[in-house]
Design a protein around this ligand. Sequence first.
Ligand code: HEM
Length: 500
Amino acid sequence: GTDKSRRQLKRLPASPRGLPVIGHLHLIGDLPHVSLRDLAAKHDHTNGLMLVRLGTVPNLIVSTPHAAQAVLRTHDHIFASRPPSTIVDDLQYGPSSNFGAAPYGEHWRQVRKLVTTHLLTTKKVNSYHLARQEEVCLVMAKLRNAAAVGMEVDISEMVNTFTNDVVCRAVSGKFFRVEGRNKLFRELIEVNSVLSAGFCLENYFPGRLAMLLGMFTRFMRNKAAVAHKRWDELLENIICDHERRRFKHSAESAEQEQSADFIDVMLSVQEGYGITRDNIKAILMDIFDAGTNTSALVLEFAMVELMCNPNLRTKLQDEVRKKTPKGQELVNEENLASMSYLRAVVKETLRLHPPAPLLLPHQSMADCEIDGYTIPSGTRVIINSWAINRDPESWEKADEFIPERFTDGGSAAAIDFKGNNFQFIPFGAGRRMCPGLNFGLASVEIMLANLMYCFDWNLPTGVDKQDIDMTEVFGLTVHRKEKLVLVPKLHDTVPSGHVI
Ligand code: HEM
């Protein structure tokens, strides 16, 4: 009836058959990226666009490289906003202070410019190489102790602590361990990731739970408010410390620039960008949230794949051990330049296991026509990066872990994740693309290289590689349900020492 005539008038993208009120919710399972891929495969083969109603809210689902290019490049200026979220607003500092969740506009533009020109530049990321090296060194020392007594190590927790500490250090300088602050951050990031799973529900399933008397929403908003207070207190303390120090050292500011941490930098450019203290706190929260779990997940999934594929693990270890000068205790960042297989392994991990399989939700700001279909203004957009990275039209043996495809002469040797090849978008593309790509990769590469260099790896006795459970749990990021537990064995070309 009317639905059909409206469709003809506007030619909306294809839609599976839905139900009243709940729309297509019943078609989405526990792993939305998988359900949405399967739905798209059934209902739309041609242009990768599909409209799915989650509760009452229409969502444009983008499932092919072609469609992703239309949304993230051709019409990027229309799709660069984010849907509003009460949970995020409660957790952070309101819509006018947010960054990653901010709607497209002047505030977001200013903050994005600040972050990309002062905090996450290649130069700045490089300037933290000694900090990363020290953090790697601490982890390797702990692993050596474990190896000495044949102890099992929780790899998931280890890599999470590492990426968290690297971020903490970049944000707040050398003394981030004072008063257990790094642990507190880790705890709060965990709280946020639980909350953002709620944010997902709110976004992808408005209706399913929220409508149950609004109980769920109220519960989540309470939790968000409590978490907000704890974050705010911690961030306020740290910023105050920095202000005191800044005041003391204001004379030598020029030479300090080199070693300045993110808070120092933001305090020094704050006025020029017209940003408030709340804005600074919101940026910090985003950096912690976006920067820690994502990088840790890449490390964990890389280790999982390498444990499942011992031949590839040996190949990577050969490269890392060959390309690191003899007698060196650890791999350093200079050594990484020639390790092309290492980079291929990281790429292949990001392809099969993008930490944020549906990126972050986008929202359109005007009517837009793509391939003759009209996308109405205000439509939420879910980009299924997970499905795109496994698109069988773009990838040979799309579901298999084959790093060789990215090496010289491989079928995907020319394909990169920097937002120009739309079949591979683990960081997104366009205006909203991840600004922390360099920062994240730097932590991932140096840690993975050292894990491969210093140790041989075994599964705990009685565990077989077929037993590694790949069951995933969905949230803003997707992680494995089970922890990865491994037993390190010291590799004998490495000089011992440094046992603490
Ligand atoms: C390997 C690790 C990482 C992956 C896979 C990743 C992935 C992503 C993705 C998919 C998005 C959303 C893009 C979109 O909406 O289209 C994003 C946004 C973002 N990421 Fe990352 N990220 C990583 C590491 C980092 C790090 C280390 C930082 C900061 C230090 C960071 C900061 C951000 C911020 C602030 C945004 C929001 C940008 C905006 O809305 O303008 N990310 N990231």
